[in-house]
Design a protein around this ligand. Structure first.
Ligand SMILES: C[S@@+](CC[C@H](N)C(=O)[O-])C[C@H]1O[C@@H](n2cnc3c(N)ncnc32)[C@H](O)[C@@H]1O
Length: 366
């Protein structure tokens, strides 16, 4: 586990303290998330007092002028994974109340909404306001509530909506292709924007700041714990050595540093980008992803699913999947619907290579 104090105090648990924002209860589409400016964000995160701040501002000014959440984004390019399998697991019926805890571009939500119909209620959560704007293009109606909040805040969201329990909850963890494609946020290896990696850019600490602030041992622990990176200590040492000379502020900067350290050490047969595990680790740290999932698994599924209600979780790496597998084993709370994880059929994997690492597990609440 990470040593106590590694994630800054100001960052730990911040999402639990933050008030949730009901983004839209349709048809109030016009209310959807207020825009924020990248420059504002970085001025508050790093006051203009040193060269790093100047370097950041110059990166920001070289980016396209629109921020991630101003103006209406184009349609989602994300292909929802395991759609048929998710619908079979959750089995949404007319009139039911279903939570999509990671609404993303609204792909799963749309199909769920078709099945629960006008008498049902769909609650879509996402930490990223940009994603909720995209979801809003796919799911609309008096019975749709899109809320900017972590699924870890489900108790507060339901309380605000006056709902005690629901019939189904879906989590499709991780990152959407839309976030990956947004070159201003640092999710892609070649992104020119600041290496932020947060889903909610108003909470916690951006990844570039973690790279600057944490010491070598702390960085190595993050790469090991959250990325299962074999060369964690060497990469951490290279980062600390590099940052003495120049700051690592963008995804491109980080990719260059990691690639220089590991490309000669990795198997020539590996088709993975050498920085894949380091990016994953930093993203998990910047969003406190495993902590959010643990909170949800520990109590929310049990507390907020009706008896007979269904919970389904899609994970994309072994750290998440292990947490889900262990929680779903609890025979006092759940009936396991997937003795083995469900993975995408070969045809889906071919059509959508990003689906290759997806694993779906589902339970029924006893
Ligand atoms: C794989 S995408 C979901 C795609 C979605 N199922 C669809 O069909 O378009 C994952 C989404 O979860 C969101 N997310 C990640 N962690 C979250 C959390 N703790 N609470 C709510 N949303 C989260 C991300 O911002 C991202 O939009």
């Amino acid at each position: 586990m990470l040593p106590e104090g590694m994630i800054p105090r100001s960052c730990r648990g911040i999402w639990f303290l933050k008030p949730i924002r009901i983004i839209a209860t349709f048809p109030a589409l016009g209310n959807i998330c207020s825009g924020f400016s990248l420059s504002d964000r970085f001025c508050s995160a790093a006051p203009l007092r040193d060269l790093r701040s100047l370097a950041l501002l110059s990166i920001l000014h070289s980016m396209p002028s629109s921020s991630p959440s101003d103006s209406t984004p184009p349609l989602s390019v994300h292909l929802p994974v395991l759609m048929r399998e998710v619908l079979r697991a959750i089995n949404p019926q007319p009139g039911q109340i279903i939570v999509d805890g990671t609404a993303g571009g609204g792909g799963h939500s749309r199909e769920i909404l078709k099945r629960i119909g006008e008498t049902g209620t769909l609650i879509g959560l996402d930490r990223d306001p940009m994603m909720l704007k995209l979801a809003a293009q796919k799911v609309q109606g008096e019975n749709v509530h899109l809320v900017q909040a972590s699924y870890a805040l489900l108790p507060q969201v339901l309380e605000d909506l006056g709902i005690a329990q629901v019939d189904g909850i879906l989590l499709d963890l991780g990152l959407s292709s839309d976030q990956l494609a947004d070159r201003r946020r640092g999710f892609g290896f070649a992104a020119e924007g600041p290496l932020d990696l947060r889903f909610d850019t108003t909470a916690g600490e951006p990844a570039w700041q973690l790279l600057e602030r944490l010491n070598e041992e702390e960085l190595a622990t993050i790469f090991m714990e959250f990325g299962e990176e074999r060369f964690a200590t060497q990469i951490a040492a290279r980062i600390v050595e590099t940052r003495k000379r120049k700051p690592i502020l963008t995804a491109q900067d980080l990719t260059t540093v990691v690639t220089a350290e590991v490309s000669s050490k990795r198997s020539a047969r590996s088709d993975r980008q050498p920085a894949t595990r380091v990016f994953q680790a930093l993203r998990i740290a910047a969003n406190e992803e495993l902590g959010q999932l643990e909170v949800f698994l520990k109590s929310h599924l049990q507390d907020f699913l009706k008896t007979g209600g269904r919970g389904a979780i899609i994970s994309f790496h072994s750290l998440e999947d292990r947490l889900v597998k262990n929680a779903f084993r609890d025979k006092h709370r759940f009936r396991l619907l997937t003795p083995k994880p469900v993975i995408p059929a070969a045809v889906e994997q071919r059509a959508n290579p990003r689906s290759r690492s997806a694993k779906l597990r589902a339970v029924e609440r006893l």
